[in-house]
Design a protein around this ligand. Structure first.
Ligand code: EPU
Length: 336
């Protein structure tokens, strides 16, 4: 295993943005990672599927592409099974494996781009399920020391698209494997999300299986979200803002139909896609970038865009939403 120098990162980020790594390596095991860390290149960036990253500059140190694969059952209980997947496993490959084995719990998270190791970082979620709902523990390697460390659920401090790996421990670990708890029997399917109910009905299914739910999610995502293999993007660019009730009441004066979801702490979540659409940005194109025409929360690279262009578009959208609604959107994507 040797580092390569001056490598283009364009094939390794789903936005398809140009950036270069001074040094680059692909690792297939914890031991290879530990070896690469001993080379002493700094800073170190761990890359999974590159599906939540916006490169605005070249990387001056070492980029490590995690390709630690493998999925195995590590414990079997009466009604549940613990499955460990390598951090470099493609997320949807893991979901497909679970669905094929009739293991329940991840079907709502079908077709999310990215890798297993990146999934806990932002506590990926879709259609009423979040990674934390099925998470047991993860193993990681500390970049500074090369030491292995286990993180339990509480230590990860999961929140909405958030974890300790986006906060205090940001950039300090490589997640090498994740263990999930999936159901073997008595599956608790989560089909309450409006779009999911509608799609299952349109498929003529009234008593869905795990595979049906997965298929419905794949259909919804394919119809609403751009395929990164065709149009560069990173899924939702912004988080849905969580605001106090008076903020909502104020918006309702001018927009009585504003969609919102109650949160347990009394605040409300307003879809950022709706706010952006109201400001007239949905489907707008600026140079080589734009706001996706079917889902305003997604920014796209129409071809040849730079990270700086995407960032400028994001800033323009943040400013427009703040001007019209007094709400400051936050990026969900990791901007480097
Ligand atoms: N909406 C609009 N215009 C738009 C988009 C959305 O008005 O252009 C409004 C509609 O009222 C719609 C509502 O927003 O009913 C919710 O839209 P959607 O169901 O598409 O979900 P979202 O809140 O925009 C979130 C996640 C997605 C996830 C979906 C489904 C975030 C930041 N995004 O989007 O996650 O797939 O829910 O659960 O929470 C991702 O993180 O990359 C991602 C795609």
């Amino acid at each position: 295993m040797q580092p390569s120098s001056n490598i283009s990162l364009l094939p390794y980020n789903t936005f398809g943005l140009p950036a270069k790594a001074a040094h680059f390596v692909e690792i297939q095991s914890v031991e290879e990672l530990q070896l690469a860390l001993q080379w002493g290149f700094e800073p170190v960036l761990i890359l999974g599927g590159g599906s939540n990253i916006l490169f605005t500059r070249d990387w001056p140190g070492l980029v490590v592409r995690n390709t630690i694969r493998g999925i195995e059952v590590v414990r079997r209980f009466k009604r549940r099974v613990w499955v460990r997947a390598g951090g470099g496993t493609v997320w949807h490959d893991f979901v497909r494996w679970a669905v094929q084995h009739s293991f329940g719990g991840v079907e709502n998270l079908s077709l999310i781009p990215g890798s297993v190791g990146a999934a806990p970082v932002q506590n990926i979620g879709a259609y009423g399920v979040e990674l934390k709902d099925i998470f047991v523990a993860l193993e990681a390697v500390e970049l500074a020391s090369g030491r292995r460390r286990r993180f339990g659920r509480a230590e990860c401090r999961f929140g909405y698209r958030d974890s300790i790996f986006k906060q205090a421990e940001k950039g300090r670990y490589c997640i090498t494997s994740v263990t999930f708890s999936l159901s073997l029997a008595g599956h608790r399917l989560n089909t309450a999300y409006g779009d999911l109910q509608k799609t299952l009905a349109s498929m003529g299914i009234s008593a869905p299986t795990i595979a049906d739910v997965s298929e419905a999610v794949v259909r919804i995502r394919s119809s609403k979200l751009p395929d990164p293999a065709v149009t560069g993007n990173c899924g939702s660019f912004f988080k849905n803002p969580e605001v106090t009730r008076p903020v909502l009441t104020n918006i309702q004066r001018t927009h009585p139909a504003v969609p919102h979801f109650d949160l347990p702490d009394g605040r409300v979540k307003i879809p950022a896609g709706w706010l952006i659409e109201q400001c007239g940005w949905k489907g707008k194109r600026v140079g080589n970038t734009g706001c996706y025409e079917k889902q305003a929360l997604v920014l796209v690279n129409h071809g040849g865009a730079t990270g700086a262009e995407v960032q400028a578009l994001a800033w323009a959208i943040i400013a427009a939403v703040e001007r019209q609604f007094g709400i400051r959107l936050e990026a969900e994507v990791n901007i480097l």
